[in-house]
Write a protein that binds this ligand. Structure first.
Ligand code: FDA
Length: 579
């Protein structure tokens, strides 16, 4: 007998995109099922940089503390070092990932959270365990094969790899979170731009006590400029800390046109030895794998009832650490919309805003990550190290920067400048936080786009203009200090107002959906003792912000309004896709 299993949302894949979709949906009380190809979660560290926006998402989903407890903290992440090997010459450092004092201040002002280093093999269990605890039906060793959709749902054929048979899952919606070789995206015919297989890379995971070379300049990344380091790969050789200072992952390139080298233990050891530069250090190779640098993004993230998220729709190198962050944020954007549509509160038209809002972000991060690779070349250029040459010549060029000559002084200046320019990879706070949406799920308030006062890739600029994320400000409630972001989320819309905003509160109560209300002001449930919210909110006390479940401002009215109920009702009708 052919089994048919029913669910509301079927998710293919248990990586950062699939696991966070499951967690958000279960948190919101939506019936969901995950099928995933293998018998275990990620068994290698893979993605790791976890930015503030992702931490805000995890905070709302109730797993921030667990992630912090397991992650390497921010202060150990950020002396990105350029060197000839760990034991060799140091060429310079970039204070990274919010560890520059000025950037650190910007991080503290932007968010209640801190970024951290959470390797994927530790992150996935946190997300999946919480999802299962909240109701996700999770099926390992189950492979997506095909789907067919009709007006009422999606019929998906999956293969149970243990039993060796196939069965059918009938779902109302399907999420393809099946990674960079997504079959769901292919079957859905999602149009892709860009190119796969731009360069070849090898990951080598190993154990070694490298504290002698790293603990005094703690970092997540040590970049090695050595002979062969510009062939393929991600711009240079990379020694990445997985756990300080004993677990490591090396990324090393290969010529993609020649194919991946034979990944023997001997080969892996030779690469590790070259990048460490000290043969006395005991090394245990744990695994090696080859992958390619891709530069692809989908123009459309959905086809009917089928949605794709994560690497399924944006494929790029690890530069800037954007892979799992963007994947988690895709799913967070989609989950509340599915919830409201499944509940019958929103029209299916709301789901159109998923592509409109997230596809530009996907394109932006693919472009940024690949540009970051190219921006490593000037470091080699400063050392006259790009053109084909012998290792001896490269070492001589690198040594020449120590000379007391004008040419050496120029070389030192060029090297400093090239290394400093890498802030666009290692301190791109704006890339992490500046996403602003323009879609039907956001109601413009007629104000002009404030744009950005500073470089939008490097600097975050908060605004409460509809389409932007609610600005973070520390407020209080009794003895508790909390972020404005802590007052929103949990799968609900929230209306924020202040003294004199009673008409907005009545308008919120009159709506057919559950809207949380927040009043900030002296003697109210929430107070603004620092005046931060008054400065950042960009509304008067009697004005209102309507914030979506994902923390984005959907509607803003700067002042009191006599017809608040009509204004809010009209806005919600548009946001929820009812025309
Ligand atoms: P992800 O690839 O994580 O997950 C896809 C999921 O779908 C998996 O659970 C898979 O088993 C499942 N699946 C696929 N096909 C299926 C099917 N037909 N049926 C059922 N299940 C299916 N990034 C970074 O920043 N730094 C790094 O060093 C690395 N290194 C790295 C190494 C390797 C080997 C990989 C594969 C990837 C990286 N990445 C990385 C990229 C990073 O891991 C990636 O951006 C995120 O994991 C994307 O998350 P997703 O959930 O979208 O896909």
């Amino acid at each position: 007998m052919h089994t048919v299993v029913e669910t509301d949302v079927l998710i293919v894949g248990s990586g950062p995109a699939g696991a966070s979709a499951a967690l958000a949906l279960s948190t919101y009380g939506v019936r969901n099922m995950v099928v995933t190809r293998y018998a275990s979660l990620a068994d290698t560290p893979r993605a790791h940089i976890t930015n503030q926006r992702t931490m805000e998402v995890l905070r709302d989903l109730g797993v921030e503390d667990e992630v912090i407890a397991k992650a390497t903290p921010q202060h150990l992440m950020g002396n990105t070092t350029f060197c000839t090997s760990l034991a060799g010459d140091e060429l310079g450092r970039v204070r990274s990932w919010g560890n520059d004092p000025l950037v650190q201040a910007a991080h503290e002002l932007a968010s209640p959270t801190r970024m951290c280093d959470m390797p994927q093999h530790l992150m996935e269990p946190v997300l999946v365990n919480a999802a299962i605890a909240r109701g996700t039906d999770f099926r390992f060793s189950t492979v997506y094969k095909s789907f067919a959709q009709d007006e009422a749902g999606v019929t998906v054929t999956v293969e149970d790899r243990l039993r060796g048979d196939e069965y059918t899952v009938r779902a109302k919606y399907l999420i393809g979170a099946d990674g960079g070789r997504s079959k769901v995206a292919e079957d859905a015919g999602l149009p892709m731009g860009g190119q796969m297989g731009v360069a070849g890379s090898i990951n080598i995971v190993f154990d070694a006590d490298l504290s002698k070379y790293t603990a005094h300049r703690p970092s997540t990344l040590y970049w090695v400029l050595a002979p062969g380091a510009t062939v393929g790969g991600i711009g240079a050789g990379l020694v990445r800390c997985v756990r300080p200072w004993n677990e490591w992952l090396i990324v090393w390139g290969y010529d993609v046109s020649a194919g991946a080298p034979d990944l023997t233990e001997e080969y892996a050891l030779s690469v590790v030895r070259q990048l460490i530069g000290d043969d006395e250090i005991p090394v245990t190779i744990k695994s090696s794998s080859a992958w390619t640098v891709n530069e692809m993004y989908a123009e459309t993230y959905a086809n009917g009832r089928v949605f794709c998220a994560g690497d399924a729709v944006h494929r790029h190198p690890p530069s800037n650490g954007l892979g799992s962050n963007t994947s988690v944020q895709d799913s967070y954007n989609l989950a509340w919309k599915l919830k409201l549509v499944l509940d019958g509160v929103a029209s299916p038209a709301l789901l159109d805003s998923y592509t409109v809002e997230r596809a530009p972000v996907g394109k932006q991060i693919v472009t940024r990550a690949n540009r970051s690779i190219a921006e490593t070349a000037p470091i080699f250029e400063a050392l006259d190290g790009l053109s084909p040459q012998t290792p001896e010549r490269l070492w001589a060029n690198i040594a020449a920067r120590k000379d007391a000559t004008e040419a050496a002084a120029r070389q030192r200046a060029a090297l400093r400048e090239a290394i400093a320019f890498k802030v666009y990879e290692f301190n791109a706070h704006g890339v992490d936080l500046n996403q602003r949406y323009a879609s039907a799920a956001v109601v413009p308030d007629g104000t002009p786009d404030p744009g950005f006062d500073h470089d939008p890739e490097l600097h975050h600029q908060p605004t409460s203009r509809p389409g932007a994320k609610l600005p973070h400000a520390w407020i209080t409630s009794g003895t508790r200090t909390l972020s404005t972001l802590d007052t929103v989320g949990k799968g609900r819309f929230t209306l924020l107002t202040g003294i004199g905003g009673e008409a907005w509160l009545r308008a919120a109560e009159a709506q057919p959906l559950d809207i949380a209300t927040v009043v900030v002001g002296p003697g109210q449930e929430y107070e603004d003792p620092y005046g931060d919210w008054a400065r950042l909110g960009e509304i008067s006390d009697a004005g209102a912000l309507l914030v979506r479940p994902d923390g984005y401002v959907a509607f803003r009215h700067a002042d009191a309004a006599e017809d608040a109920e009509r204004l809010l009702t009209d806005a919600l009708r548009r946001i929820l896709g009812h025309g």
